[in-house]
Design a protein around this ligand. Structure first.
Ligand code: SF4
Ligand code: ZN
Length: 410
């Protein structure tokens, strides 16, 4: 199938990491820009692979380039709702290519090409060829497929604009529904290839933590491939509607985590928080000194109030574990009215990066907007405490109560 591609293509390369020392170039990632997008179209020229901008052999070793992948697909049975799930598969399929590393999703992608793969004569067209073949094998309902790979900065910039408006349209749809409105939730185990006990539970309120798969996407995927990695969970009996604990969710998580976990609170970082694989867009973390919760996202490069950056925190709470006080989540989940509702929702949030805060305007209750400090206002526990005090954040009341309780108890 891959005779004309100069390197091996196989699932065995999926876990391959390309370290800086072995890297020829980096594409997209935190130091550049990039995005991936799958679109169902009426008119698709099958087999067309286009590269716009410098190809691998025109790139300079050690440099970082903007990177965009647009995949257009056509098929009688293809629905627009399948775009999100097919797009999410890009991560896995790109990683089948030996010497090509792909991390994250949507406009967060981060890729690298190894020196050996460059030496073998690998070009971006080869990535397109591999994707095209793998995709058709994985999703037989794809009849035609064309791929556009962009490395030209201005092209990537305008592509990111288009991609973001598509992501927003997908996300907005799911905002209209909530857990009470549906009888079925979904689970996803796509990330078990590297986080074997991780099970994502997707409800209309809780978009998957990778941010790339919402309830509608899951519905379409489960219908298309009932034996695939995305499956139905009958909602069944509610154990606790505030924490977001459901009998059938617990049972499904127990089964799919091979018995490792049998309880999940969808809307809390305490007790039995949702497991975290490694592709979460953000992490909610408990700040014990102030009894509040901070949020940090992948794009934030500084140190969090816990004294560690996102990367270190992600390392501690990923891999499919359930760690009390931490929960990986999507930015879209922060727009849900159920966002950590068991913990107090935004009344419990006491720190988050400025960019996230401004992206949540209209979702953070108005009276709290000025009371939650960002990295621009405060970074240490001491600074945060002072800010919360001055701004009269509701957590200060709570804190006073618990602190006076402690003082009173023998
Ligand atoms: Fe599926 Fe969750 Fe992985 Fe997203 S993070 S691909 S929803 S398992
Ligand atoms: Zn994941």
């Amino acid at each position: 199938m891959f005779e004309d591609i100069p390197v091996d293509v196989s699932p065995m390369y999926e876990g391959e990491r390309i370290r800086a020392a072995n890297m020829f170039v980096e594409l997209a990632g935190p130091k550049s820009i990039g995005a991936e997008l799958v679109q169902v179209k009426e008119d698709v020229e099958d087999g067309k692979i286009e590269v716009v901008g410098p190809n691998i052999d025109e790139m300079k070793e050690g440099k970082i380039y903007p990177f965009g992948i647009l995949v257009e697909i056509k098929g009688e049975k293809l629905e627009k709702e399948l775009e999100g799930v097919i797009e999410r598969k890009m991560h896995e399929l790109c990683n089948y290519v030996k010497g090509f590393m792909h991390l994250n999703q949507r406009d967060q992608i981060w890729c690298r090409i190894s020196k050996e793969t460059k030496e073998a004569g690998f070009k971006l067209e080869d990535l397109g060829k591999a994707l095209s073949a793998l995709y058709k094998e994985e999703f037989p309902i794809i009849e035609s497929m064309s791929i556009r790979i962009l490395t030209e900065k201005s092209e990537v910039e305008s592509f990111i604009e288009t991609a973001r408006s598509q992501y927003e349209q997908r996300d907005a749809r799911s905002r209209e529904l909530s857990e009470e409105d549906v009888d079925v939730f979904y689970g996803c185990v796509m990330c078990q290839s590297f986080a074997p006990t991780h099970v994502c539970v997707v409800t209309p309120d809780r978009t998957a933590l990778c941010g790339a798969i919402n309830w509608f996407d899951c519905r379409a995927a489960a219908k298309m491939d009932p034996d695939g990695p995305i499956f139905e969970i009958e909602k069944g009996a509610v154990i606790d509607d505030v924490k977001g604990e459901y009998e059938n969710v617990n049972a499904a998580v127990a089964e799919k985590s091979q018995g490792t976990f049998d309880r999940v609170y969808l809307h809390s970082v305490f007790g039995h928080p949702h497991t975290s694989c490694g592709c979460f867009e953000a992490v909610a973390f408990y700040i014990p000194e102030l009894d509040g919760i901070g949020i940090v996202d992948r794009d934030f490069k500084g140190e969090t109030p816990l004294g560690i950056p996102f990367s270190a925190m992600a390392g501690q709470c990923s891999g499919g574990k359930q760690i009390e006080g931490f929960a990986g989540l999507s930015l879209e989940y922060m727009r849900s009215p159920k966002f950590l509702q068991a913990d107090g929702g935004y009344e419990r949030i006491i720190w988050l990066p400025k960019d996230i805060k401004s992206s949540l305007e209209g979702f953070i209750p108005e009276d709290l907007m000025d009371k939650i400090p960002t990295d621009e206002d405060a970074n240490s526990i001491k600074e945060i405490r002072k800010f919360l005090q001055d701004a009269e954040h509701p957590i200060m009341e709570r804190l006073k109560e618990t602190e006076s309780d402690k003082a009173e108890s023998p």
